[in-house]
Design a protein around this ligand. Structure first.
Ligand code: UD1
Ligand code: MG
Length: 473
């Protein structure tokens, strides 16, 4: 597959989505539909990848350019006059050096590289200038039917539903719309397509009859799983193909030694990497470029986005982690929130209702309950008590807090940044700390307790009287 150019057709409207968003930008597993065939084309090292755009082309181009900067060329099809017409708009972008042109659809996201390789093999085996993918459907309504010579079994033409006789409509083998064509054959024959058909469109499918008329063989490759070549036209199809993709990703991970407990409720984006013997429980979402090491346990309901998790980490239920890093042996959750720039060093513990942002928690340090730690650097073996809050924001700027190795921060401490607490210091519970605390010092920042001996009964009597008065009124 050396000198290959790929043309992806994505100019159609997709009215059945009932959406203001272009159809091909609806996402499967977080990746817009049209990005899937583009990704495939790039994997196949197409030179170049050409996307035919039309409806809402500016939005489609912007999305593609943002994810694949400079890697895709766009061909504008102003009016949608058929698949053949769409390819005509792109052909000038196919360089002379290209031997083959692969034609894909922007709304077919599940096609795999190995299937395209099979299609190439089929073309090569028959020295066919044109090969296309077929599949057999229980309900082929709406698709182009593959008509074969009853004696030889060779393809003779593709007939569109609207042009088909009742007899042809009974054929269950359909054209998937994915073609490998010799560039020269394509250039020579595109101009021969006509609009003389029921829809008044230039049908790309007529290339088949043109090849046969010129006594060229036409090859096909039939895929067993129709999902792989299914085009998305509705949100129901979007949902069912998303589910099929989830299954495919779960199957790949299982084969690599990862346990996905419930593939039906687990969402794992295509670029996520997971090490051996890691267990992913039900309801987990792994998004973006998340990577997870070996022997981790990601418990139910955890949501990880662009997270970097090392080996032997436990993420307990319902933790939310985004653009944060967790080192080996750490335990996070349940109900922890690691925001961008959080880093939990080896064997660190972060517990329930603890939020970290741009904060490093040192080796073996713990923040186990109810805390907010922002713009904070915490050393090794420190303990951050329940209810600790770093006051990193004064309404105008953000300030940092430094907490040294072995520091003990008692419960309900308020640490007003900028602030440094040096190693092995001890912060008394309930303190508001505004000034630096030096190594080994004990800091109090709270009112002293006072005790009125035996006065509890006086207080109760006064309270009773007040309540009685209020009732009379
Ligand atoms: C086409 C095939 C049909 C095949 C079916 C598979 C033709 C004539 N028919 O049907 O044999 O079974 O695909 O799904 O090719 N597009 C453009 N510009 C256009 C028209 C279409 O970019 O002017 C794009 C659409 O956005 C879509 C793809 O081409 O991604 C297929 O178009 P669609 O209208 O769904 O296919 P059909 O022509 O009905
Ligand atoms: Mg059409």
């Amino acid at each position: 597959m050396s000198t290959l150019a790929t043309i992806i057709l994505a100019a159609g409207q997709g009215t059945r989505m009932k959406s203001s968003l272009p159809k091909v930008l609806h996402a499967l597993l977080g990746r817009p539909m049209v990005h899937w065939p583009i990704q495939l084309s790039l994997e196949l090292k197409s030179e170049p990848t050409i996307l035919v755009v039309g409806h809402q082309n500016a939005a489609v181009e912007a999305s593609v350019e943002a994810s694949f900067p400079g890697q895709v060329r766009f061909a504008l099809q102003k009016e949608q006059r058929g698949t053949g017409h769409a390819v005509m708009q792109a052909i000038s972008a196919v360089p002379d050096s290209a031997e083959h042109v692969l034609i894909l659809y922007g709304d077919v996201p599940l096609l795999e590289a190995q299937t395209v390789a099979k299609l190439f093999e089929a073309a090569r085996a028959r020295t066919a200038p044109l090969a296309f993918i077929t599949t057999t459907l229980k309900n082929p309504t709406g698709y182009g039917r593959v008509v074969r010579d009853p004696k030889t079994g060779d393809v003779t033409k593709i007939v569109e539903e609207k042009d088909a006789s009742p007899e042809v409509r009974r054929i269950a083998e359909i054209n998937a719309g994915i073609y490998v064509v010799e560039a020269r054959f394509l250039r020579e024959n595109l101009g021969r397509l006509t609009e003389n058909n029921a829809q008044g469109e230039y049908y790309l499918t007529d290339l088949v009859a043109l090849a046969i008329a010129a006594h060229h063989p036409v090859a096909t490759y039939e895929v067993a799983d129709p999902n792989e070549v299914e085009g998305i036209n509705s949100r129901a199809q979007l949902a069912s193909l998303s589910a099929a993709l989830r299954k495919r990703i779960a199957a790949r991970l299982s084969a690599e030694g990862v346990t996905v407990v419930d593939e039906n409720t687990t969402y794992i984006a295509p670029s996520v990497e997971i090490g051996q013997d890691t267990i992913i429980e039900a309801g987990v979402h792994l998004r973006g470029r998340t990577s997870i090491g070996a022997r981790c346990h990601i418990d139910a309901g955890a949501i990880l986005t662009d997270a970097k998790i090392a080996d032997d980490v436990r993420i307990l239920p319902y933790s939310v982690i985004e653009q944060a890093e967790v080192h080996p042996g750490a335990i996070i959750g349940p109900f922890s929130r690691l925001r961008p720039g959080a880093e939990i060093m080896e064997n660190g513990h972060v517990g329930n209702f603890v939020e970290l942002k741009k904060t490093r928690l040192g080796k073996g340090s713990k923040a186990n309950h109810l805390a907010y730690l922002g713009d904070t650097e915490i050393g090794e073996g420190a303990n951050i008590g329940a209810g600790t809050i770093t006051c990193n924001y004064d309404g105008f700027g953000k300030y940092t807090t430094q907490i040294g190795d072995g520091v003990f921060v008692g419960s309900n401490a308020t640490l007003v940044a900028p602030l440094a607490i040096d190693k092995n210091a001890y912060i008394a519970a309930g303190s508001t700390i505004t000034d630096p605390v030096h190594a080994n010092d004990l800091a109090f920042g709270r009112a002293r307790q006072s005790v009125k001996t035996g006065r509890a009964e006086d207080l109760r009597a006064a309270a009773r009287e007040r309540a009685a008065k209020a009732k009379k009124k």
